[in-house]
Design a protein around this ligand. Structure first.
Ligand SMILES: [Zn+2]
Length: 239
């Protein structure tokens, strides 16, 4: 149904990471809280480490984690994952380190199996618009964005529940919610991940694809090219 639809879908996600008082590297305006290679090995559950000219690699047989020297790029089982801050130092020299907040993120996302039973992650889905606010509108086929957002959110929620996630919604009907209402609900439910779903209008009718905006922890840049580190914003002040 989405094929050729002249609206552009985008998602806004905010990862609510465990609060950490000093998790911002010094070059991002805060106190450094680095983790050493030993911390990473403990997290992965291994004592091995391989390095070459461009990367450090740690593996426990099931999970292989690779960090590229002085870059934000990392790979988990071959899947690229962008860190909030570049790694620092050198493994052969013994001063390799990574930002603590990034190791927290790895724990949350992929390394849970090494530390006891898996925590059931809670995802909150926020279908954009609703009520008298229809959002963007497609004439052919005639669809209001608010309805498409809700339909998508319910489908995504059902799929996530099947995979074992806890799912909640800001709305499950044609309700009018202000942005404040939505953030209030997010705070109240304390979800691990908040995903706002929209289907944008595009001037170019041939445009299609997905845009994803992620709110990084405070003091870290986004993943867009040229993005700069910023201070806190509403939504990440206490990260
Ligand atoms: Zn929208």
């Amino acid at each position: 149904m989405l094929q050729g639809f002249p609206l552009l879908l985008f998602l806004v996600t905010a990862a609510f990471l465990p609060a950490s008082a000093d998790s911002v590297p010094a070059d991002c305006g805060g106190t450094a809280a680095w983790r050493t290679l030993r911390h990473v090995q403990n997290a992965v559950g291994t004592t091995n480490c391989f390095w070459d000219d461009e990367s450090v690699c740690v593996s426990n047989g099931r999970q292989t984690v690779r960090f590229y020297h002085n870059r934000r790029k990392s790979e988990i089982n071959g899947v690229t994952l962008w860190l909030n801050a570049p790694t620092d130092g050198s493994a052969p020299k013994g001063d390799w380190r990574m930002a603590g907040v990034d190791l927290d993120l790895l724990h949350l996302a992929v390394l849970q199996e090494t530390e006891g039973p898996k925590k059931r992650l809670h995802v909150m889905l926020d279908p954009g618009h609703g009520g008298s606010d229809s959002g963007a509108r497609s004439l052919d086929p005639p669809v209001n964005e608010k309805d498409l957002n809700l339909e998508l959110a319910l489908k995504i929620g059902a799929a996530l529940k099947k995979l074992g996630f806890k799912v909640s919604y800001t709305r499950t009907g044609d309700d009018a919610l202000t942005l404040d209402d939505r953030s209030r609900l997010a705070r109240k439910k304390k979800a691990d991940l908040f995903v706002s779903i929209h289907a944008n209008h595009a001037g170019n009718g041939a445009a299609q694809g997905v845009e994803t905006y992620v709110l990084p922890p405070s003091g870290f840049p986004g993943t867009a090219a040229g993005s700069r580190a910023r201070g806190w914003q509403i939504g990440n002040r206490n990260d």
